[in-house]
Ligand binder design. Structure first.
Ligand SMILES: [Zn+2]
Length: 118
């Protein structure tokens, strides 16, 4: 395993269901709590993390302006599995790539950025 100042880590978490639904809130909506297993800190409540959005492959520097515009401003907004970037703000303060089903909140992969080739 690499050190904190060295190359990226390659640890990932096992694919497990990590979301927990709780009873309805006072307005009748369901409250959902995610438990994210950080590769550095272990299982943590999602309120320790910041959602940073969908992970989109970065185009090369010499690509055309239309491609850059799509990269900067357009999102897929798909239903189902997507790769997302989260920041563990109350823990190790590292960026994580998470594969999450945004319909069921099931999480099947958590890896530190750079540890899973992205
Ligand atoms: Zn962490």
């Amino acid at each position: 395993m690499a050190t904190r100042s060295g190359a990226s880590r390659t640890r990932t978490t096992p694919p497990v269901l990590l979301s927990v639904e709780t009873p309805a809130d006072s307005r009748g909506g369901a409250l959902v709590m995610l438990v994210i297993v950080c590769p550095n800190c272990g299982p943590r409540n999602d309120n320790e993390f910041n959602f940073r959005g969908e992970v989109i492959p970065r185009p090369s520097v010499d690509t055309d302006p239309a491609t850059w515009r799509r990269y900067l401003y357009m999102r897929g907004n798909t239903s189902g599995w997507q790769r997302e970037r989260w920041f563990h703000v109350s823990g190790c303060r590292r960026f994580l790539n998470i594969e999450r089903n945004n319909v069921t909140n099931e999480i099947r992969m958590v890896a530190e950025v750079g540890g899973d080739t992205t």
